[in-house]
Design a protein. Sequence first.
Length: 219
Amino acid sequence: MATLSFPSLYSPLSPLPTKTPKTHYSQFQNLPTGSLSSQYQFFGLQLSQWPSSLSFPSFSSPSPKHSIVAKVTKGSVPPSFSLKDQDGRDVKLSKFKGKPVVVYFYPADETPGCTKQACAFRDSYEKFKKAGAEVVGISGDDASSHKAFAKKYRLPFTLLADEGNKVRKEWGVPSDLFGALPGRQTYVLDKNGVVQLIYNNQFQPEKHIDETLKLLQSL
């Protein structure tokens, strides 16, 4: 009886040679925000199938010149600035020295969250005045955008145009959603220009008013 023999390459006792495809870092960079688990389907695996010991590369590796480092902290004196208000006038931070001031950075005029926040500051403006405080809003919009925004919603306080986001960067306001969304951060400075509160909350814009009033009423 003839005997069958197999070449060693295809021996039933030897597994077929395999090659693990390389995954380049850029594949992870291009994944849409918030859909990481579903995107693992692209690699043919469910999230639960990844080994627990597997580590993933960081999704963002900004170069030092683009990094935002928190430069303003509680107890510090923030960098001064001179920006145009909604009427095109130059406004310096030093103008407010001698009284408390609320400086709030927001993403953009006319967006839902920013409109809610601005209107909440407007509705509580008398309380801020009673506390002897000024309110100043800052975003990257130009003066004409601020003018239209303030007029439409009858905003009684100052809006400053930080075109190019220079002041935002100097103050170290952090961004959200992996840098895609300008941060929403509020600072309360006392009458000496010293920071007494830093409050960050992107998705609950109206809470900024509660937190700042609480602090102002304790000064």
